[in-house]
Design a protein. Sequence first.
Length: 400
Amino acid sequence: MEAYIYDAIRTVRGKGSKKGSLNTVTPTHLVTQCLTDLRDKHGFDPELVEDVILGCVTQVMDQGANIAKTAAQQSGYGDHLCGVTLNRFCGSGLESINQAAAYVKSGFSELLIAGGVESMSRVKMGSDGGALMMDPAVALPGHAIPQGVSADLIASKYGFSRNDVDIFAAESQRRALAAEQAGYFKSRVNVRDINGLTMLDKDENVRAGTTVESLSTLQPAFAMIGEMGGFDAVALDKYPEVEFIDHVHHAGNSSAIVDGASLALVGSEAVGAKLGLKPRAKITSVGVMGTDPTMMLTGIAPACRKALTKVGMSVSDIDLWEINEAFAVVPLRAMQDLGVPHDRVNVNGGAIALGHPLGSTGCMLMGTVIDELERQGKGTGLVTLCIGGGMGIATIIERV
């Protein structure tokens, strides 16, 4: 049995700070609005939706107590609707789609909604604690270091300079601005308040006029914690072939902290016919792969190869790639490792310009690649993200 994506939508992304336009909006409201918009757009019977699978990384405060079920309860779909919240760190939004697809392909379910949410202005990253970085008994044997230091380690090991990462970041901003001006983000919806008034109608972090020269004035973000906190020493102990850590990443070439939600309608061919819905994409293959937790952001290439191998595909078979821009070096290293040209990767910009609402980003990237496949008339897309702790995730789709 095949699993199809009938639609994928996302909210605009607001800056994840007290000055951001969505700071007063709860994550429950972001998800509930997407549920409403998805239902109203297609007119399907909500009684047929069996479950909401929602990615969310920081599951405390506003995002605690199973936010998927909280949003399902508030949605107006009916008391029958269940909800489960999962956490595969930055891969959570894509993992939710993959799990929904597995339910459909197994025949256990016919129609589900999958996606993610993160309100980073209201629920601060890291506020959930956890042993992975906080407990010395766990962190020390694993040579655990902060993600930013890991990104700088990758740049140092594989020869990416400050200029290389700044060039990539400036191009991300240029592409995102061009896509915004051309109206390419078809799956995007404005965020409204409880009275239906628009609060935000564009991705708030895109910065016009960003250049390599302007980025070159920014100070490295992870030098102090790397040097003074001892994490450079931890990394060099694990990788003695690296002479020193060149701290090349800063706020302008790392993913922006933002608020946002996204949802995808995933179902079988039979339920689509019953509802009169035309699928936009078929889920072809998925892959996850664990990697070294010190150089934790290199899981993209092995996860992609795993997904490709399962269905006898090669890198050249993929028309468009969405590689999450957690840090500029992440897609740069993935493109180098896989042999993918930049003109097929993140053609409308990425998280450096648009932002990375942790639990939601994977589903957002899915909507972006489907939009662009349709616009260009191309056939295959691959969405992939690096994941904290040393993992990677990938999903291959075919445009219907």
